[in-house]
Design a protein around this ligand. Structure first.
Ligand code: SF4
Length: 320
């Protein structure tokens, strides 16, 4: 079964939802991970794509996303601010660029960014652009086409990030204040403007493997090129604070299935990666070829130099 599916993918034939779900049930998990690794090597080589983020507007969000520490509806203990310090942000982006990070994104909390905030973020992007070659990305919620166009034309944004977060059929279990259809519309707007799209999800929120396969297939159908896989880090005060951690096998199987379904995408390690540091090498060889490095939105992340060392030791060259 694993070999048949692998050959299909190598021949350019997309797996159906049912095939991918059956594949996730295989008893030979080691063969599954190895085949996903071979698919990654065939389509993407041994190169890892690194990006980093700055939390440009933190907390006080009106939305009710159950996983999120930045929702004003949850009693969490995060630092809140309206807009990030320009000098510190530019410095961070330039330092990351010098270390070999390829792309940097400014991320804002909230349902959608308003024009006042955008006016303050654009000069930050401009200065990063003037002083480095780092590619620029934005993650600002359900942004409209006019705002996206400003980011594209005024600062040269090349990518827009908007996670679907989970399967369409599971979304209302984790968020009720906006819809997955609105997210899909945002992705379509970014594509229409010629921007690359980064969109993935969080695993470990109570969804089934079937939901994860559904997310992988939905992202493929939307033509998403970069897919972050976040592993839930339950935050105290959020409705998911007691979520049961996923097993190593479930995480590796999910990564492998995402690779089978999205053979050419940048499958990206993202939030929660430090929880799986002890089997990171194995995960890298189950289909991963990209990573969010440095700090995450509200938590201290990984050390970029250490990541580069680890990825190199695992057989990857850094894509610059
Ligand atoms: S994920 Fe975004 S929209 Fe949802 S609560 Fe967090 S900051 Fe708000």
């Amino acid at each position: 079964m694993v070999e048949i599916c692998k050959q299909k993918v190598l021949d350019g034939i997309g797996l159906s939802y049912d095939e991918a779900l059956d594949l996730s049930k295989t008893n030979d998990k080691e063969a599954l991970y190895k085949a996903a690794d071979e698919i990654r090597e065939y389509f993407c080589g041994n190169i890892i794509d690194l990006c980093s983020i700055t939390n440009a507007k933190s907390g006080a969000c009106s939305q009710d996303c159950k996983w999120c520490s930045q929702s004003a509806r949850h009693k969490t203990n995060i630092e809140e601010y309206e807009i990030v310090d320009k000098e510190a942000t530019v410095k961070e982006a330039l330092e990351n660029a010098a270390k070999g990070v390829k792309r940097h994104s400014l991320v804002t909390s909230g349902r959608r960014v308003n024009n006042k905030t955008l006016d303050k973020l654009i000069p930050i992007y401009k200065e990063i652009k003037e002083k480095s070659n780092i590619s620029l990305c934005a993650s600002m919620g359900l942004i409209d086409e006019q705002q996206l166009n400003r980011l594209k034309t005024e600062v040269g944004i090349e990518h827009y990030h908007c996670n679907l977060e989970t399967a369409p059929s599971f979304f209302t279990n984790v968020c009720t204040t906006h819809t997955i259809e609105e997210k899909i519309e945002t992705i379509k707007s970014a594509k229409k403007l010629g921007l690359g799209v980064c969109s993935g999800g969080i695993i470990g929120m109570g969804e089934t493997m079937g939901h994860r396969v559904e997310l992988a297939v939905t992202l493929r159908d939307l033509g998403v090129q970069s897919i972050p896989i976040n592993i839930l880090m339950p935050v105290e005060g959020t409705p998911l604070q007691n979520a049961k951690p996923l097993s190593e096998e479930e995480i590796l199987t999910t990564i492998a299935i995402f690779r089978f379904v999205n053979p050419k995408a940048n499958l990206r390690f993202a939030g929660g990666r430090l929880q799986i540091k002890h089997f990171q090498h194995k995960a890298l060889h189950a289909g991963i070829n990209a990573a969010l490095t440095g700090d995450y939105l509200t938590t201290t992340g990984s050390d970029i130099d250490e990541d580069i060392r680890d990825f190199t030791n695992s057989g990857f060259a850094i894509d610059k």
